[in-house]
Design a protein around this ligand. Sequence first.
Ligand SMILES: [Zn+2]
Length: 323
Amino acid sequence: MSKVKYRYNPETLSYDKIETGFRYYVSRVFTLTLFSAVMGFVYFFGYVYLLDSPREIKLERENARLLSQYEIMTKKLDQVLVVLDDIQQRDENVYRVIFQADSIPNSVRRAGFGGVNRYRYLEDLDNAKLVINTSAKLDGIMKQLYVQSKSFDEIIDLTMRKEEMLRCIPAIQPVSNKDLRRTASGWGWRIDPIYKTRRFHEGIDFSAPTGTDIYATGDGVVVNVTTSNIGYGKYVEIDHGFGYSTLYAHMDGFNVRPGQRVNRGDVIGWVGNTGKSTAPHLHYEVRIRGRAVDPAHYFFQDLTPEQYEEMIQIASNSNRTFD
Ligand SMILES: [Zn+2]
């Protein structure tokens, strides 16, 4: 049995009846429950969307640290690239030059990775650009280091064969030429003795009497013993290995045959006046991989610095070759 309650209303100056029955309680419970549920949702979503959980805070902090570490790493990789570049320069301009190894072109040293995009799997990251940039740098360094290490392998191999190399590379004058006045004409642009025009002289001419001994200037194998009425006349070619060869032209006679091994200082033939020649002389060429170079740079074993100076002087003064 429900009690009927009243409340005094000062505005109407009367008593209002207050509902306290079963229906009143049900409706109040329902209202409160609904209100609590709504508030619960509001707090829950507020918590989820506006505030970070301790775990999220920790992850965010870690992410920020990883990011800054990545930036530091990229900068360090740049420094590594500078050092690597220095090593490559030294390799190219010192070691490979000393040992006459072929240059490794930058297209090989700095080659990238062709074909598919290697970093596609990283593209959906928030900091994709940084991560991909760093990965690409590292891959590039690894590739360049591989090429560099191969280069050093080659240099080491050449170092092991250095003694053999020193025996083979042309290092003396091809005729006994102690007074040096016999160095008739040097390497470079000279007047042709027959056509009287400027022509590139690819060797050095040593004037000497017919029959003067001609020496092999380094160890090697005779690859050419040729007789011709024109051009070089009777000439011998020696392959010294390591890319070097020498040629001795306008000879009077031969002391070697093709395929014969010779040592530095062996007499390979005698000075003559055969082929396109205006007087008895030896035309001597040094070639590296088939390309003629100045033989004056390959007399380092039998000349003093003063004699070398003098020889260069005589060779550069003379305007006309004996061819
Ligand atoms: Zn000549």
